[in-house]
Ligand binder design. Structure first.
Ligand code: BES
Ligand code: ZN
Length: 589
């Protein structure tokens, strides 16, 4: 027995899934999917033996081979992180299995929304979020990036609602009171990229290969916000090679979507908090687009090498931004990233878990959602920046492209990275002492720091209440930096003047608004508490929930408020956010 992934029961000695067929009935009344899943093997079982599949919280009713002949099966012992493995006993020569199953109403990959939690307020909404290891709560599968699959799927939904998937739409047809939407995904994907949404959805073309999906009431503002998507695609192709996924459609999610974006292939999911009305958050679109190469094409073999997905993607995101907006904006983003990275390293070090600040992690027995942080993102990107600086951009680009080319539609480990870069750029890894970045905690002292006169100008004004003239040219990134760098000793009088002058409390830009709320909370400027409450009642993006709840919980005077707000919002939070915020509030220090 050999397991390539500590987060899956997938076994190297058992048949590998190559293609999946899914037929699912979506029932909003019981909050369940009833699924028939067929897994086709790469090669037929050479001998009789077990097939172990990942599941979590599934009810299984029947298990057969692809011809419908019943197979014997059993549940193996449940594991708190992995779920409950389903073991099917395969006769020699079996080419695939078919399982009928039902999801639990609290399946960790799914959020079922009441109409009141949508923009339109009239129709319910359902969406999936399978990364990192939640696909198994939807259907039984080898839930590891080590097993890529193509798929065909149908979703049967109440007529009037629209189903979309991160796949090519094929057709839809009425069947009784339901409408069945058919999809096909010809490119092989890791199971965490299986994705769908059902709701009151409309669409609008942004370019010949990019369509925007959202609730009807948000379509125009979202189309304006993301109007530049084709320029992003063109810039990314010039940097990283041809786009392999044909379409790059966007889906604006309900506010409870727990992430900023999710790179589901052909259909990126985006938080509505990006609709700032100023196009300032399109770096998230650039990020999810960059995953089309770094992540979706070249995929981490398991969560221990997550930096190969996210570090490469942050690096690629900033290269796209640089190509479109110039090096200065990319540098400002890098400075924000460095702030986040330093704060995370301090946090992990204080918490006694500095090993989670290594790039290569060891996660046996640890839930990837628990280990999640900005470290693989920003430390990974910073290592690549360091390598780029040492090699020179032109030489580095050649290595990067050969990495993407060599491993396209593959799954990679940190050792693959080391082997490829050693061969393609002899001496480069040693020059920056890359192993120290990979296997040691923290950030090496000689890591390059972002520098720009715009950064200096912001730094010079922190701790003061600047005038409108002094800040006339500032972009939202500069405002974020200013708020993050402000000392936590500003007085209420200073904060009141700042807010009167620059309107942070009413900012439509969630990044600026949250940076302001956090600064005010740290300075005990509690007039912002109603605004904090209003924000937490509205938004479910974990990037904002985590620091807001942590800060409220960390102050004796607002600890009870944190608990009350969590209780009040719990039913509306995504299952992942519920468990992450619940964990934060359970901390006693
Ligand atoms: N793939 C991630 C989101 C994710 C990571 C979901 C791990 C589940 C587990 C996505 O690409 C991402 O990184 N989103 C960021 C935005 C980005 C600009 C850093 C986010 O959600 O904030
Ligand atoms: Zn990402």
């Amino acid at each position: 027995m050999a397991r390539p992934d500590p987060h899956s029961v997938t076994d190297d000695t058992q048949p590998a899934t190559r293609h999946l067929e899914l037929d699912a009935q979506v029932d909003f009344a019981t909050r369940r999917l009833t699924c028939t899943t067929t897994l086709h093997f790469r090669t037929a079982a050479a001998d009789a033996g077990p097939l172990d599949l990942d599941t979590r919280n599934l009810e299984v009713t029947t298990v057969t081979d692809t011809a419908g002949v019943a197979l014997t099966w059993e549940w193996l012992a449940p594991d708190a992180v992995l779920g409950t493995p389903l073991r099917i006993h395969l006769p020699k020569g079996t080419t695939g299995v078919r399982v009928t199953s039902r999801t639990a109403p609290d399946a960790s990959a799914l959020q079922w929304l009441e109409p009141s939690m949508t923009h339109g307020g009239k129709q319910p909404f359902l969406f999936s979020q399978c990364q990192a290891i939640h696909a198994r709560s939807v259907l039984p599968c080898q839930d590891t990036p080590a097993r890529r699959i193509s798929y065909r799927a149908s979703l049967s939904v109440p007529t009037g609602l629209v189903a979309v998937m991160a796949a090519a739409p094929v057709r839809s047809e009425p069947v009784g009171a339901q409408t069945v939407f058919h999809f096909e995904m010809p490119q092989a994907i890791p199971p965490y990229l299986l994705a769908f949404a059902v709701g009151d959805l409309a669409s609008k073309d942004l370019s010949p290969r990019s369509r925007l999906w959202s609730e009807p009431g948000l379509l125009d503002s979202a189309a304006w916000e993301f109007a530049d998507v084709e320029r992003h695609l063109t810039a990314a192709e010039a940097l990283f090679g041809p786009y392999d996924w044909e379409r790059f459609d966007l889906l604006v999610m309900p506010p409870s979507f727990p992430y900023g974006g999710m790179e589901n292939p052909r259909l990126t999911f985006l938080t509505p908090t990006l609709l700032a009305g100023d196009r300032s958050m399109v770096n998230v679109v650039a990020h999810e687009l960059a995953h089309s190469w770094t992540g979706n094409l070249v995929t981490n073999l398991n969560a221990e090498h997550f930096w190969l997905n996210e570090g490469f993607t942050v690096f690629a995101e900033r290269r796209i931004l640089e190509a479109l907006e110039g090096p200065e904006l990319a540098t400002l983003h890098a400075a924000l990233g460095r702030n986040d990275l330093d704060a995370a390293i301090t946090r992990f070090t204080k918490a006694g878990t500095p090993e989670l600040t290594k790039l290569r992690t060891h996660l046996t027995g640890i839930d990837p959602d628990e280990a999640f942080s900005v470290v693989p993102y920003e430390k990974g990107a910073l290592l690549l920046k360091t390598l780029e600086a040492a090699a020179g951009r032109a030489a580095f680009d050649v290595v990067l492209k050969s990495w993407l080319q060599t491993h396209r539609f593959g799954a990679v480990t940190t050792d693959d990275f080391l082997a490829h870069f050693s061969k393609a750029a002899p001496g480069l890894l040693e020059k920056v002492n890359a192993l120290r970045w990979i296997d040691e905690p923290g950030v090496p002292d000689d890591a390059p720091r972002p520098t720009s006169s715009r950064l200096d100008a912001v730094k010079a004004l922190t701790g003061t209440v600047p005038s409108k003239d002094e800040t006339a040219t500032w972009t939202v990134i500069e405002w974020q930096l200013f708020l993050e760098w402000s000392p936590h000793t500003l007085t209420s009088a200073q904060l009141t003047t700042l807010d009167e002058r620059f309107h942070f409390s009413s900012s439509k830009n969630a990044e600026v608004h949250v940076a302001w709320l956090l600064l005010a909370l740290h300075c005990q400027h509690d007039v912002v508490l109603p605004a904090v409450e209003a924000f937490l009642n509205r938004v479910g993006r974990m990037k904002y929930l985590k620091p807001l709840y942590t800060t409220l919980h960390g102050r004796a005077s607002t600890r009870a408020l944190a608990a009350r707000l969590f209780e009040q919002n719990r039913p509306r939070l995504h299952p992942i956010a519920r468990s992450v915020v619940g964990g934060l509030l359970a901390k006693t220090t």
